[in-house]
Design a protein around this ligand. Sequence first.
Ligand code: NAP
Length: 477
Amino acid sequence: MPSVLIVGAGFGGLAAAIELRRHGLTDVRILEKADGYGGTWRHNTYPGAACDVPSHLYSFSFSQRKDWERLCPTQPDILRYQREVVAEHGLEPIIETGTHVSACRWDERQRRWAVETSRSERTADVVIVATGQLHQPATPRLEGDFAGHSFHSAGWDHGYDLRGKRVAVVGTGASAVQFVPPVVEQAAHTTVFQRTGNWFVPRRNRAYPAVYRWMIRHVPGFQALRRRSWFWIGEGLTTAIRHPRTLGRVYGAYSWLFMRRQLHGHPELRERIWPDYTFGCKRVLFSSTFLPTLARDDVEVVTEPIERLAPEGIVTRDGRTHAADCIIYGTGFRTTAFMFPMEITGAGGRSLKQAWAAGAHAHLGITVPGFPSLYLVYGPNTNTSGGSIITYEEAQVGYIRQAIELQRDRGGPLSVRADVEATFDRETQGRFAGTAWTACDSWYRDETGRIVTNWPGYMREYIELTRRLDPREFEPV
Ligand code: NAP
């Protein structure tokens, strides 16, 4: 029975453990550097933190709930859900928290992995890296020193009282859009620094009316229908991104109308913050509260580029100093770093850094030639712009389970064939041509411009591609 170490106890790591144990692979441990499970949902506790994917789809297909209170779950709702899933599947005893994995080395002689952790050196036949794409906060290195307080949205300082303070927020991505409205309610004044505009669509996320909650609970098939509907709504958004000249224009017009309405009476602000790229190139933002918040009298939006920090605030290129008591960085994550700086060394002493020197790539985003029995969850080119990442992760762990079963049946480690991976990568990259994703710069791209985070297609295609592992695509090591 192959032994398995999973790195990361977020949704991906939990999904992997559940899948393997359900299929009789019981020698499974999860190593987690934080002091508890939950992944990105454990760390991102900023005010207003919530998922903008509806809960019926942003949850495991095998652990559906009928008691969600609103369309999109809040961060505490998600943590509670994760706790329930962990209890339901008896995962608590196999999660080793406070265990940071710094290196995984393929041991040629033992034909298994040596895993270096902050506690001890471990070995395993299989390693699954489920560290995801959104776990390393990115804070810009700005020149100068700020004398006030500052923190990143993924490390919110709940001990700092924002009431009556002058707050500067850098960034206007999916996180900032959620935390700026509650911050503005507390702060004396808020300055929001926007580098690039965004396309918005409505999201009110009010609590469901009682009758609706009753229907979800009691009407047979209603919950399943809603899950199915949201799946296809997500696929619709992907169609718009894939076809910017046709359906993308329709979605773009919808967003345009919504934004115009939201910024009615504020033409100067509208002009300054309007996006200058194709709808869907960057992540579309779901909020009905952010744009009206920007128009408030106690909020200033600065679109002039940031030049440096000064003791009293942020200095922009026009020479203005924007005074602040606190700077909140909503500047996102080092998405293209994936699991690095963790060192991963495969067969022949070749590091994953070397293998990915020209950009990250993996067969189906899951497996890399020359790295036997190493599998990735939420790896390269598996992020979604129009669906639920949990759907992708479930597909990935099903595929990984088949690969481990194949290894068990063949009695030795396997590696995906290099030609298979190269063909997959060529086809994946080719599918971005003509899509909205290529129409601007975004966190989907690495420094060479290659799109390394996103899947260029639909959820249904990815599910189909990963449903049955083709044993001919793997070779013994
Ligand atoms: P993000 O989308 O990467 O946004 C970062 C923001 O900071 C952008 O506005 C960016 O501007 C700005 N920025 C970065 N460096 C800067 C600099 N040096 N100077 C000025 N501005 C700078 O990060 P995020 O908002 O944390 O979201 C990351 C991802 O997490 C999302 O795309 C999404 O996938 C996920 N997320 C999901 C949810 C959800 O509801 N499901 C909620 C939050 C986050 P540019 O646009 O110009 O780069």
